[in-house]
Design a protein around this ligand. Structure first.
Ligand code: FMN
Length: 336
């Protein structure tokens, strides 16, 4: 078993006759396929009979890149979305019973299986960030409407091929990345999670997923740490963004942990719907995190919400490979 085996999960293996704890454990195998900032996988799951608590794993958070915890909780929201879609698909009804600054808790009861969710289940396993350039062909209006269609409480999703909006995001992202990479602490932390294309580590980002060659992946972390590539990286992100077919933006009514979780869920649902339509996806947090860059996007889109996630979508023509994951048994515990 390699640390890429998390992706081998198959719905055929759901323990339909097993105890509810075992069924919830199986749902966690879908949760851990979610995207996360720098692939830190900041989640921890604790199962107690028919309840599940999802925590932020303090040891896998980013001090420099995510000082507020926003990106960590967005990632946990994405994992929760996978988990709850899988629960519905397998016929487990989930009710949120508690939410505090450290965790969210769900109670599960037997319910009706929703087999219509099959395309999203497939998308969970097929999705991988694709950081290659995309063709600028606009995405069909109906597809964009479907991507933006599932909005959580207090969350607004905008999916758009508007060239002016794409240009705005590209300019802001390019500048924000150059600024972030100008910060030595940010660079140190990022470079500690940038790996070669042959890495056997279970967290962090292998070079093959960063659109760099195998040879370059061997030195990419050192280049990032040196700061020599900050401007080039900003330009690269600007250029790939400006050619994307569409952007998906997630806004929320507030900028605190409960909103981050809901926005993370909406972001992941949009990514799953896009993947089910054979679209490639890639996320750029720079505009969300950099000072007040988000304000320009908020003014342009006029949803009244705070920008919390930015994703480009389109067709790259190059398949994306899965990045590694911690095994479920490393992040799931049983309390009884
Ligand atoms: C909240 C969040 C923020 C992210 N920010 C960025 C980003 O700024 N730049 C980037 O290249 N990828 C970003 N990503 C993508 C992650 O790096 C990616 O999900 C992770 O490496 C795992 O790879 P996978 O998506 O292929 O499974 C982000 C993902 C999430 C969930």
């Amino acid at each position: 078993m390699t640390n890429y085996s998390a992706w081998d999960v198959s719905s055929q293996d759901f323990p339909i006759k097993g105890a509810i704890e075992k069924q919830i454990e199986f749902l966690c195998r879908y949760a851990i396929l979610a995207p996360s900032v720098h692939n830190v996988q900041p989640w921890r799951f604790e199962i107690d009979n028919s309840t599940l608590r999802v925590f932020l794993a303090k040891e896998r958070t980013l001090e420099a890149g995510d000082p507020t915890g926003r990106e960590g909780w967005l990632s946990i929201g994405a994992a929760i979305e996978n988990l709850l879609v899988a629960a519905k698909y397998f016929g487990l009804s989930a009710a949120e019973i508690r939410r505090n600054a450290h965790s969210v808790e769900y109670a599960f009861t037997p319910g009706q299986a929703d087999l219509h969710l099959e395309p999203l289940m497939q998308a969970m396993v097929n999705r991988a960030s694709n950081r290659e350039p995309y063709s600028s062909t606009p995405v069909a209006r109906e597809t964009l409407d479907e991507i933006a269609g599932n909005q959580d409480e207090g969350v607004q999703v905008v999916a758009s091929s508007d060239r002016k909006l794409i240009e705005l995001i590209a300019n802001l992202t390019g500048r924000a990345i150059a600024i972030a990479l100008g910060n030595p602490s940010f660079r140190d932390e990022l470079s500690s999670l940038v790996r070669s294309s042959w890495t056997k580590k279970s967290t962090g980002m292998p070079g093959f997923g960063l659109a760099v060659s195998g040879a370059r992946s061997l030195i990419e972390n050192k280049l990032i740490r040196s700061g020599a590539t900050a401007d080039a990286q900003g330009k690269k992100e600007h250029d790939v963004l400006i050619h994307s077919g569409a952007v998906v933006l997630v806004f929320a009514d507030g900028d605190t942990q409960p909103y981050w979780i809901n926005a993370g869920r909406a972001y992941q649902r949009a990514a799953l719907v896009a993947t089910a339509h054979s679209l490639d996806t890639a996320t750029m947090a720079a505009t969300v995190e950099a000072a007040d860059f988000h304000l320009d996007v908020e003014r342009y889109c006029d949803t009244g919400g705070r920008l919390l996630a930015v994703m480009r979508i389109g067709h790259s023509g190059k398949p994306a490979r899965h990045s590694p994951r911690l095994a479920a048994h490393e992040v799931v515990t049983f309390s009884s």
